[in-house]
Structure formats: structure tokens, C-alpha cells
Design a protein around this ligand. Structure first.
Ligand code: NAD
Ligand code: TYD
Length: 377
């Protein structure tokens, strides 16, 4: 594998994947294809932008002719596709953009890869189209136990191992898709197109569905960076509903390592779920974040708890996400490297030490968006 396009490389997860590949594989040419929407930020890649094996191309994945030409010009062997509209709240306000980018954009990339590769002498040999998706396509899990035991309790994953969880069931790869938000519906649709291109044309695809990521360079509209920044400025922390919803959190560099492994060793046409069996109720995670920010800023630990503000719930708010990553652990030997407490400490430290990065993206347009988003809650 020589020449690889990574789409969405200027975003949160994409920038970690680009960094990992550029540093680890000097023999590869890494082409970061990104439209630079509000979520794309080249400052996320400052440390590798001058490396000889890295190239940035500003392009919309929906622009089929451009993508097709780029594949020919750069003799592309592999695509790692992360570009997407990724925020559920935005998808509730503007579902069209989500269908356009996530569905039509993915289709444009699939068609370009198919046309370019099938006309090469070696055809699909040694080629790979890797689509990054989310656990949200599976819908929401319940928080129940047959004997009425209060969560969290210990329950069995498909590997037979026991994990602390907020419900009995986990998302496994064979589960039916039941997306609820326009975001997850658009991601689910794109996953179906990827599989259809394998089944119909033999395109060498692989799909992964990952749990919530956290870590450096995440746009501060998502829970953890938004709250870190608000605590720093002593602004209210808008907790949706009762704060009882459960998410499964994975440190972003662990996701990037899984992507590296699956890109190189994953079986064609397979799906792998990625997650660290790390479920948290929103309100509990928020308290950990408040304590950590307070401590690292030299404030009295917990002194900012009064910023917690319960607001109207998100429409269609999924109750619980929980990934069963037994298949990935069993077949490819992946496991998360960081305990959550360590990951959160590292993350909060990074945001506090990189306030210029945060201040840059939270000026101007961002303020308007934030006011609009929360004015009716
Ligand atoms: P992000 O919103 O931080 O970044 C998205 C990137 O895609 C940005 O750089 C943006 O400029 C680019 N982009 C958007 N529309 C584009 C277009 N039309 N053409 C080209 N580039 C475009 O997203 P993220 O959180 O890094 O997520 C990356 C991928 O991982 C997404 O596909 C998302 O569905 C998936 N995912 C995210 C999470 C998570 O917790 N963030 C979890 C599981 C899966
Ligand atoms: P988010 O980071 O938007 O990720 P996702 O919706 O993809 O899981 O939200 C994580 C959880 O935090 C989710 O249950 C919604 C909740 N949340 C809040 O309570 N307040 C907020 O301001 C945000 C952004 C999210």
C-alpha cells in the first residue's frame, strides 16, 4: 500500500489518524482530503504539515469529478473515509446537509474508487476502501436487568467476559440497524452503500462502528471539550434531560490505533465494532470533568458544580450506547491502552494547555451558533 487518501483528516479523529499514519509510515504518501467545514481545522495538523509524505487537498467529497481525478493523479491504493457531518444536534436542525455529505459524499468516493481501480491491470488487488462509522447506527439500548437490579451491574459480552454495564445488551456486529437521529440515519445509509459496493461490484471494503471518542482537537460542540471550555470561563453547563443517558467513551488515539490495525489486517467485507467497555452516565462524567478542570486550574475541587444547568432534552435522545468489541479483540488482538481516568486527565490538561487553539475556534461564528443552539433550551 503506497498512496492513501484520508478524508476528513482536518477534523477531530481524522487528524489523529493522519498524524499516526504520517509518522508511522514514511514510505506511504498520505493525502488529506478535506473540505474544511466549520469542523475542519488545519491547526490540528501543525506538527506534521511539512512532512514529505503528507499532502493536503481542499475538496468536497461530493465533488465526484475532482475525487476521481485525484485518485488517478495520485495513483491511490487505499481510502480511509472519515469525512462527515458528525454532530447530532446540528443534524436535528439541518438534516439535508447530513444526507448530502454523509450519504452522497460517501457514494461519490465509492464510485470514484470503483471506476479507478476496476480499470487498472491489477483491478481491486491490494486496494482497500475503509469506511469509518459510528455505534449510533444501532439505535439505543435499554437500561434493564431481568431481576430488577439497579445499574450499573456486571454483565457478559459475547466473548464471555464480564463487564460493568448499564444494561444487559451490547451492540454486536450482527445487530439490526435502528438509527434514530438524522445523523445516525445518514451514517447508516452510508454504511449500506459501502456494503452494497462490495456485494455488487466486489469493491474491497471494510466498515467499523466506534463508540464516543474523546481527546485533544475535538470541536467544542461535543460534550467533553464544550464543558471543559465552559468550566474554564464559568459559563453554564447545559445538561440535556436528567443527565442519565449513557455513552461508551474511547480515547481518540486508541481509535486511531484500531483504524491502523484494521486498515492493514482487517478482513475484506467485515465489520468490526470498536469500543473499550467504558460506559458512563453523562452526569457522572460531567462531575469528573468539573473536578479535573477545577483541580488543574488551582480552584477548589468541585467548586464549579453549580454551573450544572439542566435543560430541555435533545429530541429523540438515545438512552444508552454500549459497544461489544470482543470480535476486534479476539480476531486482531486490539485493546484500548488507556484507563478512562488517565484519558480524561490527559484530555483536560491538553485543552487547558492549548487555550489559543480553543480561543481561535470559539470566536466569531461559533458564538452565534452557540447562542442560537441554546436559546430555546
Ligand atoms: P469532525 O466533525 O470533527 O470532522 C469531520 C471532518 O470532515 C472535518 O474536518 C470536516 O471539514 C470534514 N468534512 C465535512 N464535510 C466534508 C465534505 N463534504 N467533504 C470533505 N470533507 C468534509 O468529525 P469526527 O468526530 O472526527 O468524526 C470523524 C468520523 O468518525 C465521522 O465519519 C464520524 O461519523 C465518525 N465517528 C465519530 C465518533 C466521535 O465520537 N466523534 C465516534 C464514532 C464514529
Ligand atoms: P455528544 O458529545 O453530542 O455526542 P453524541 O450525541 O454523539 O453521543 O453528546 C454526548 C452526550 O452528552 C449525549 O447524551 C448528549 C449529552 N450532551 C449534553 O447533555 N449537553 C450538551 O451540551 C451536549 C453537547 C451533549
Amino acid at each position: 500500500m503506497q498512496n492513501i487518501i484520508i478524508t476528513g483528516g482536518a477534523g477531530f479523529i481524522g487528524s489523529h489518524v493522519v498524524r499516526l499514519f504520517v509518522n508511522k509510515y514514511p514510505q506511504y504518501k498520505i493525502i488529506n482530503l478535506d473540505k474544511l467545514t466549520y469542523a475542519g481545522n488545519l491547526a490540528n495538523l501543525k506538527d506534521i504539515e511539512n512532512k514529505p509524505n503528507y499532502k493536503f487537498v481542499r475538496m468536497d467529497i461530493c465533488y465526484f469529478d475532482g475525487v476521481y481525478k485525484l485518485m488517478q493523479d495520485e495513483k491511490v491504493d487505499g481510502i480511509i473515509h472519515l469525512a462527515a457531518e458528525s454532530h447530532v444536534d446540528r443534524s436535528i436542525k439541518d438534516p439535508f446537509t447530513f444526507a448530502q455529505t454523509n450519504v452522497m459524499g460517501t457514494l461519490s468516493l465509492l464510485q470514484a474508487a470503483k471506476l479507478y481501480w476496476e480499470n487498472l491491470p491489477e483491478k481491486f488487488d491490494g486496494k482497500r476502501f475503509y469506511h469509518i462509522s459510528t455505534d449510533e447506527v444501532y439505535g439505543a439500548l435499554e437500561m434493564t436487568h431481568p431481576e430488577g437490579i439497579k445499574p450499573p451491574f456486571t454483565t457478559k459480552a459475547s466473548s464471555g467476559e464480564h463487564h460493568l454495564a448499564y444494561g444487559e445488551k451490547f451492540f454486536t456486529e450482527d445487530l439490526k440497524y435502528q438509527p434514530h437521529s438524522p445523523y445516525s440515519a445518514a451514517k447508516a445509509s452510508s454504511d449500506h452503500f459501502v456494503r452494497a459496493f462490495h456485494d455488487t461490484y466486489g469493491l474491497p471494503t471494510v466498515v467499523t462502528n466506534c463508540s464516543n471518542n474523546y481527546g485533544p482537537y475535538q470541536f467544542p460542540e461535543k460534550l467533553i471539550p464544550l464543558f471543559i471550555n465552559n468550566i474554564r470561563h464559568r459559563k453554564p453547563l447545559p445538561v440535556y434531560g436528567k443527565g442519565e443517558n449513557v455513552r461508551d467513551w474511547l480515547y481518540v488515539e486508541d481509535h486511531a490505533r484500531a483504524i491502523d490495525l484494521i486498515f492493514h489486517k482487517g478482513t475484506i467485507a467485515e465489520t468490526y465494532n470498536i469500543g473499550g467497555f467504558n460506559e458512563w452516565k453523562n452526569i457522572d462524567i460531567i462531575k469528573v470533568v468539573i473536578n479535573t478542570v477545577d483541580r488543574l486550574l488551582g480552584r477548589k475541587e468541585g467548586e464549579d458544580m453549580n454551573l450544572i444547568t439542566y435543560v430541555t432534552d435533545r429530541a429523540g435522545h438515545d438512552m444508552r450506547y454500549a459497544i461489544d468489541s470482543s470480535k476486534l479483540q479476539r480476531e486482531l488482538g486490539w485493546e484500548p491502552s488507556l484507563q478512562f481516568e488517565e484519558g480524561i486527565e490527559k484530555t483536560v490538561k491538553w485543552y487547558l494547555e492549548n487555550q489559543a487553539w480553543m480561543d481561535n475556534i470559539t470566536s466569531g461564528e461559533y458564538e452565534k451558533y452557540y447562542e442560537e443552539m441554546y436559546k430555546n433550551r
